[in-house]
Design a protein around this ligand. Structure first.
Ligand code: ADP
Ligand code: AMP
Length: 213
């Protein structure tokens, strides 16, 4: 099964994708994570992407589509696309990448959220430096404040682009370039909606109901 998790920054895509990886043996393909890794390693892609990401704008379609193609070649496990596609050109590129590999999309799951809540969600976000487990200052603290619930590590990190002014640009990019791709999938009957404002477990239950139907 191959699915897209679609929703604005902070909608909960990464949180739900991590759960689906564990529960279903699927693989999370997050272009944001891939780009952050490229920036950390100062690869040619990372050098091109760094300032664009810091400004909250979109990296070029060619770069992110190539990253996804490489990951699809590396694994034939069911894919959870997280943060990709973000433009109509990326949606078309994804169709081609899947078709070339004899694969297809099963669902596009839109996480519907109230935009006012997103700034708080994103500015409160942090994650484990070791395993990447996602946390939140208000909604999901580790059981022991200094220890990751999942792997027991003690270091946590925050993203440099999770500042309020950058978040506003990222939300504007979503509205202008990503939300308009929904009709592309709606006309193929692929879009399913879940309430992204519900508690994390409830969102997972709604996604499970779609995937198990
Ligand atoms: P995205 O990958 O869509 O940008 P994340 O999964 O990183 O979003 O979630 C953003 C922040 O909101 C994280 O700190 C996460 O712990 C928190 N979060 C995710 N889902 C929910 C939810 N349903 N209710 C409250 N907080 C949530
Ligand atoms: P994310 O981790 O999905 O919130 O993405 C963080 C940043 O990486 C975005 O604000 C963009 O600058 C860049 N990015 C991630 N995925 C894409 C994509 N599919 N297309 C263009 N830029 C992307």
């Amino acid at each position: 099964m191959n699915i897209i998790l679609l929703g604005p920054p902070g909608a909960g895509k990464g949180t739900q994708a991590a759960r689906m990886e564990t529960a279903r043996g699927m693989v999370q393909l997050s272009t944001g994570d891939m780009l952050r890794e490229s920036v950390a390693q100062a690869t040619p892609v990372g050098l091109k992407a760094k300032a664009v990401m810091a400004a909250g704008e979109l990296v070029s379609d060619a770069i992110v589509s190539a990253l996804i193609g490489e990951r699809l070649d590396a694994s034939d496990r069911g894919a959870i696309f997280d943060g990709f596609p973000r433009t109509r050109a990326q949606a078309e590129a994804l169709d081609l990448l899947l078709t070339e590999r004899g694969r297809a999309l099963d669902h596009v799951i839109e996480l519907e959220v109230d935009e006012d809540a997103l700034v708080e969600r994103i500015t409160g976000r942090f994650s484990c430096c070791s395993c990447g487990a996602p946390y939140h200052d208000k909604y999901k603290l580790p059981r022991d404040p200094d220890t990751c619930d999942i792997c027991g590590a003690h270091d946590f990190k925050r993203r440099p682009d999770d500042k309020e002014e950058t978040v506003r640009t990222r939300l504007a990019e979503y509205r202008a370039k990503t939300a308009p791709i929904l009709p592309y999938y709606e006309q193929r009957g692929l879009v399913r909606r879940v309430d992204g404002m519900a508690a994390v477990d409830e969102v997972t239950a709604q996604i499970d109901a779609i995937l198990d139907s």
